[in-house]
Write a protein that binds this ligand. Structure first.
Ligand SMILES: Cc1cc2nc3c(=O)[nH]c(=O)nc-3n(C[C@H](O)[C@H](O)[C@H](O)COP(=O)(O)O)c2cc1C
Length: 308
């Protein structure tokens, strides 16, 4: 057997597979991924105020992926932090990433203040949500100055909890933003959030399918964009990267790791293939490593850069 355990920011993961934020909405339900052998779990992004989310339908499958405009449906900080505390207490054996979203630095800080005492393994700053634009204007962290400012402010109060910056691919140069986050103290980068926004038209109703009309695209359609982003970020920064976006097969996992991902998020694929995908990918990754005579997964991280 090859060793697929891996360290990320000093935290031990049993395997490199992560449940990305928002794939499951209700906090207690995230346990389903753990029961299916995932290496780490990112909780649904939490906002200060409770959010009902966008009008239905919010999620739609198409031939090569999914489009969603959930609009950050969540319980808000008061109820949400209680639920997160319970979840952390009940699932101590596995790294848990708490994802936060805000539209003002002050609000990010209020969220971080509330979450740090709960001692999650990581805080992830969602600097990239595409589904709240209409309400708030462009997401706060999609510009390098703002992204860096948020990270700097958060790092002042995050204590020992490592801070990850989750980036959007829908920008001119993702490496500029990654570098800015790194220089302000981010401990890792998560790439990518959904691509777009996109739109699908319902031919019968002759109008856009999603209640919010447009939404972020995820799943197999976005894999090459995600791999390119991870590759460029790996070149641009020294902090480790969680790669995600369209991973559904073991070949995609290997590609993502070769591009530079230490951990790999598998989200939309759980809608397409079920939660059992985590145990299947673990087995197939192991078989690949054995066949290639690679004893330890970390040897594979970033190898696509060696030959270029
Ligand atoms: C239904 C749905 C809801 C999502 N909600 C969030 C969210 O709350 N916060 C966030 O940072 N990303 C959210 N995402 C983006 C995912 O975490 C991930 O970055 C993206 O889907 C790409 O990975 P995938 O192709 O494996 O799903 C959501 C994605 C989907 C499909």
């Amino acid at each position: 057997m090859a060793d697929i355990r891996i360290k990320f920011c000093g935290v031990d993961f049993d395997n490199p597979f992560i449940l990305p934020s928002g794939i499951i909405t209700e906090i207690p339900e995230h346990k389903r991924a753990i029961d299916n052998g995932v290496g780490g779990v990112t909780l649904k992004s939490l906002t200060f105020e409770k959010r009902e989310g966008n009008p239905l339908p919010r999620v739609w499958k198409f031939d090569c992926g999914m489009i969603n405009s959930v609009g950050l449906r969540n319980a808000g900080i008061e109820k949400g932090s209680d639920e997160i505390k319970t979840f952390l207490d009940e699932n101590k054996g596995i790294p848990i990433i708490v994802s936060l979203f805000a539209t003002k630095i002050k609000e990010f800080l209020l969220l971080v203040e509330k979450i740090v005492p709960l001692k999650p393994h990581f805080i992830e700053l969602n600097l990239s949500c595409p589904n709240v634009d209409d309400e708030f204007g462009k997401s706060l962290g999609m510009e390098k100055g703002a992204a860096g400012e948020i990270v700097r402010a958060v790092k002042k109060i995050s204590g020992k909890v490592p801070v990850l910056a989750k980036l959007s691919p829908n920008v001119n140069d993702i490496t500029d933003i990654a570098k800015s986050c790194e220089s302000e103290g981010a401990n890792g980068i998560v790439a990518i959030n959904t691509v777009g926004p996109g739109m699908i038209i319902d031919l019968t109703k002759k109008k856009p399918i999603l209640g919010a009309k447009k939404g972020g695209v995820s799943g197999p359609a976005i894999l090459p964009v995600a791999v390119r982003c991870v590759y460029e970020i790996y070149d641009a920064v020294k902090i480790p990267v969680i790669g995600m976006g369209g991973v559904t097969k073991w070949q995609d996992v290997v590609e993502m790791i070769m591009a530079g991902a230490t951990l790999v998020g598998v989200g939309t694929a759980t809608y397409l293939k079920g939660m059992k995908i985590y145990s299947q990918l673990k087995q197939e990754l192991n078989e690949y490593l054995q066949k290639e005579n690679i004893k330890n997964l970390k040897e594979l991280v970033g190898v696509a850069h060696n030959l270029s």
